[in-house]
Design a protein around this ligand. Structure first.
Ligand code: ES4
Ligand code: ZN
Length: 319
């Protein structure tokens, strides 16, 4: 039996497996510039975050209808359930779809069709987190939040993702203030490729409760002390860091040092279809490459529930 766990850093568009991409391409009459899944898989060699994002945005053009988003989410939930996931807080990138003429309603309603039945079918409770693309303008983020207003009963929080360097959190101050005023929870990617200052800024300016990645906090002792003191959860994604060359090898991942420093770490899959594994595979990988003890692994699983947006009673039931 895999350890029961919550997944807190998961881009639903990053769960699009090559087989489903080709199936949806055929269903929707979308041409992909790859002959077959084998040829597509050869494109999964990334230099950095941007080279990955190029493929991520290209492939997601096959997602067009509510049914496509429903099928995508169901495929993820089935795989996650098999790896012990009991709760999932799922990111989605509406701007990447709105730009292609796919409406907010299509995305949210489609995902909802799967999430609605997730507890009875997969044994996974879920939340949705709408992410703003930080390489798009602040105005575009505000328009996106506006477009989400009819669906706020289905959306728990907002996040910030896509190309980090050159797009500091402060750019999104206004939209995060508006999101907070609407009662939305706040998270942001920070310190993946960007400097530790972006983590500080996400906390101070955006008011985030959780930091996605946060890996580069280790370059700033005072920041580490603050994150430890305030028990700010970090959603780490070890296989993602290796594939995007944020760390050279898994054996050199700072996770053990981060746990030793007292940081509240969680382990997640990020974009599992692209980075070589789902969340259980990330747990297996850190166990074998980093020699984490069973107690450490249980701590990571426990942290995932504590760091989630579940209420206390729901959280106890889930784990
Ligand atoms: C992402 Cl790994 C990563 N980083 C930033 N933005 C993203 N969107 C999807 N995956
Ligand atoms: Zn991410």
């Amino acid at each position: 039996m895999p350890l029961p766990k919550a997944e807190l850093h998961l881009h639903i568009e990053g769960t699009l497996e090559p087989e489903l991409a080709f199936e949806l391409a055929a269903r929707n009459g979308v041409e992909l510039p790859y002959a077959d899944t084998g040829e597509l898989r050869k494109a999964y060699e990334f230099e950095d975050l941007q080279t990955f994002l190029n493929l991520y945005y290209e492939l997601m053009t096959v997602l067009r209808t509510e049914r496509d988003f429903e099928d995508l989410a169901n495929a993820y939930l089935a795989r996650a359930a098999a790896q012990g996931v009991r709760h999932a807080e799922i990111f989605f990138d509406p701007q990447a779809h709105l730009a292609r003429g796919v409406g907010m309603g299509t995305v949210v309603e489609g995902l909802w069709r799967a999430l609605q039945h997730s507890e009875p079918v997969h044994g996974i409770s879920t939340r949705l987190i709408l992410c703003f693309l930080r390489d798009e303008s602040a105005e575009s983020a505000l328009e996106t939040l506006e477009a989400a207003k009819p669906y706020l009963d289905r959306i728990t929080g907002v996040g910030l993702d896509s190309a980090e360097v050159g797009h500091p959190p402060v750019k999104f101050r206004e939209v995060y203030e508006a999101a907070a005023a609407l009662g939305l929870r706040r998270v942001a990617h920070a310190g993946e490729e960007g400097p530790p200052e972006y983590i500080t800024e996400a906390l101070d300016v955006l008011g985030v409760e959780r930091v996605d990645h946060g890996l580069r906090c280790m370059e700033d002792e005072q920041l580490v002390a603050r994150l430890v003191r305030d028990r700010i959860p970090l959603t780490l994604c070890p296989l993602s860091n290796v594939r995007l060359r944020t760390v050279d090898t898994l054996a050199e991942h700072p996770l053990p040092a981060m746990l030793d420093a007292g940081l509240m770490c969680t382990v997640n899959s990020d974009d599992p279809a692209y980075f070589g594994g789902y969340v259980g595979d990330n747990f297996d990988a850190v166990r074998s490459s980093l020699g984490l003890t069973e107690e450490r692994l249980r701590e990571l699983a426990r942290n995932s529930f504590l760091a989630s947006f579940l209420e206390d009673d729901e959280e106890r039931r889930a784990r």
